[in-house]
Design a protein around this ligand. Structure first.
Ligand code: HEC
Length: 150
């Protein structure tokens, strides 16, 4: 265990100490569980690459065009649905925190279950949420069955 934890901790300290990243390190700094961090660290990289252009690094979304993930009732209501959306995209109107959004989100057919698991673990352990590890087998189950929430 110690073998895994130490490099993770050093990685995190390095990130926290880099002046450029100081604001952004806060989400990972909230996480103390080593297994969650193992997913969340690559998850943050993937999020910044695949999602942050639209949803923004801090998950705030963008005006009336892009819904927020941070402090968002829709996002909190269903991990299954969020994972389905990450892979398959979504179109049609949806309401987040009382605001209607109606722009299509493109699918991500190339994201592997492990990568989706890492992104989901990162997001669902940020901004005060503490959902623990969302692992690849769980993501595979979610992707086989459309969510019942809509
Ligand atoms: C090209 C811009 C774009 C990208 C890139 C994108 N999204 Fe979205 N996303 C949207 C839009 C627009 C909606 C609202 C769709 C609608 O109105 O039907 C949305 C909706 C969502 C929702 C449901 C609404 C909510 O606020 O919870 C989730 C969850 C989500 N996106 C997560 C992600 C994640 C995670 C990624 C990266 C893998 C990602 N999105 C990449 C534009 C984007």
């Amino acid at each position: 265990m110690r073998v895994i934890v130490l490099p993770l901790l050093f990685g995190l300290i390095a990130v926290s100490c880099s002046p450029k990243a100081s604001g952004e390190a806060s989400n990972l700094a909230q996480i103390s569980d080593a297994r969650v961090l193992q997913y969340a660290i690559p998850g943050k990289e993937l999020y910044d690459t695949y999602c942050a252009n639209c949803h923004q690094k801090e998950g705030t979304g963008l005006g009336k065009l892009i819904p927020p993930l941070r402090d968002a009732d829709y996002f909190k209501a269903s991990i299954h649905r969020s994972i389905w959306i990450m892979r398959n995209g979504i179109k049609g109107p949806l309401v987040v925190n009382g605001q209607e959004y109606n722009q299509p989100m493109p699918a991500n057919p190339n994201l592997k279950p492990l990568e989706i698991a890492q992104i989901a673990t990162y997001l669902y352990n940020s901004w005060g949420m503490k959902e623990g590890v969302i692992d690849a087998p769980r993501v595979e189950v979610y992707l086989r069955n459309p969510p019942t929430e809509n």
